[in-house]
Write a protein that binds this ligand. Structure first.
Ligand SMILES: NC(=O)c1ccc[n+]([C@@H]2O[C@H](COP(=O)([O-])OP(=O)(O)OC[C@H]3O[C@@H](n4cnc5c(N)ncnc54)[C@H](O)[C@@H]3O)[C@@H](O)[C@H]2O)c1
Length: 270
């Protein structure tokens, strides 16, 4: 056993988590909406250290049918699925809510909130049948109630994701369903996500003040993935409901700000 499915895993955090799972003996089903990136991620993952199988399936998380096809593909290739991660997500253009176009709001909510909800529905239904499994969702800015200019739509979706997982935990407990849900807090990561709003469309120039915060609180996704995957693997035997694996805690963030004058990191240097 030891099988994991990760949505949006052709790059960034999803791909880095796939590498760590593989190193820890897991078989991995990669999936993404970007076909070209997915093919190269599959090829690259097969070359990484690990004994488990690697498989890949194109999947747009805004489609329940495609998520169902992803489950069927992973289960037929790998067997029972122990961990399913709703990782696919997009950032928003850093403008106030009223300046977003309708299609930008729709896309963001469809991927970040509806996609995670569809992913939970799909994976929990099948894990209930197989009698075990844990589904994780990714929190982000807003889940901790923070507010900021240019992150209101994104923050609303991540707050929604947090509420959904906590609600699901209650539903699973009350119905004695042998499936767990959990939340991952990856903090701030230096990935394409921060400069490419809504996935494909254009790049976004970050202001100096935003870069300053990212330099203090940010990390590369491989560092974060290592921490999050170890937490998820530990919970396979513990089976904690509403498991919360948090990389950037309030205490860690405070320490980062206090030591910032001595820690001259610059992720944006050319
Ligand atoms: N980077 C950060 O600072 C940060 C901070 C907190 C939370 N997060 C969350 O972490 C997760 C991963 O972020 P990342 O930084 O690795 O981003 P990323 O942009 O590097 O990777 C996201 C992946 O999701 C895929 N994707 C986009 N739309 C999709 C769809 N409809 N269906 C399937 N796949 C789709 C993209 O093709 C991409 O491969 C997201 O949920 C994001 O909200 C990121």
């Amino acid at each position: 056993m030891n099988n994991v499915v990760i949505t949006g895993s052709a790059r960034g955090l999803g791909f880095e988590m796939a590498k760590v799972f593989r190193k820890n003996g897991y078989s991995v089903a990669l999936s993404d909406v970007n076909e070209k990136n997915l093919a190269s991620a599959e090829e690259q993952l097969k070359k990484e250290p690990g004994s488990g199988k690697v498989t890949a399936k194109l999947c747009d998380v805004t489609s329940l049918d495609q998520l169902e096809a992803l489950w069927q593909h992973a289960a037929s290739q790998l067997g029972e699925i122990d961990i399913w991660i709703n990782n696919a997500g997009v950032n928003q253009p850093m403008v106030p809510l009223w300046e977003l176009k309708q299609k930008e709001i729709d896309l963001l909510i469809d991927i970040d909130l509806r996609g995670a909800m569809y992913g939970c529905k799909t994976a929990i239904s099948h894990m209930k049948e197989q009698g075990h499994g844990c589904v994780y969702c990714i929190e982000g800015f807003g889940a901790d109630d923070a507010t900021q200019l240019g992150l209101t739509a994104y923050g609303s979706s991540k707050k929604g994701v947090q509420y959904m997982v906590r609600g699901l935990a209650k539903e699973l407990t009350k119905t004695n369903t042998p499936v767990q849900v959990g939340r991952l807090n990856p903090g701030i990561m230096i990935t394409d996500f921060i400069t490419h709003p809504l996935g494909k469309e254009g790049t976004m120039e970050l202001s100096d003040s935003v870069k300053k915060v990212y330099n203090i609180l940010g990390d590369y996704p491989d560092v974060v993935a290592d921490f999050l995957v170890k937490g998820m693997i530990a919970n396979v035997s513990k089976k904690k409901q509403d498991d919360y694996v948090a990389w950037l805690t309030k205490v860690k963030a405070m320490k980062r700000f206090m030591t910032a004058p001595f820690n001259k990191r610059d992720f944006f240097k050319n």
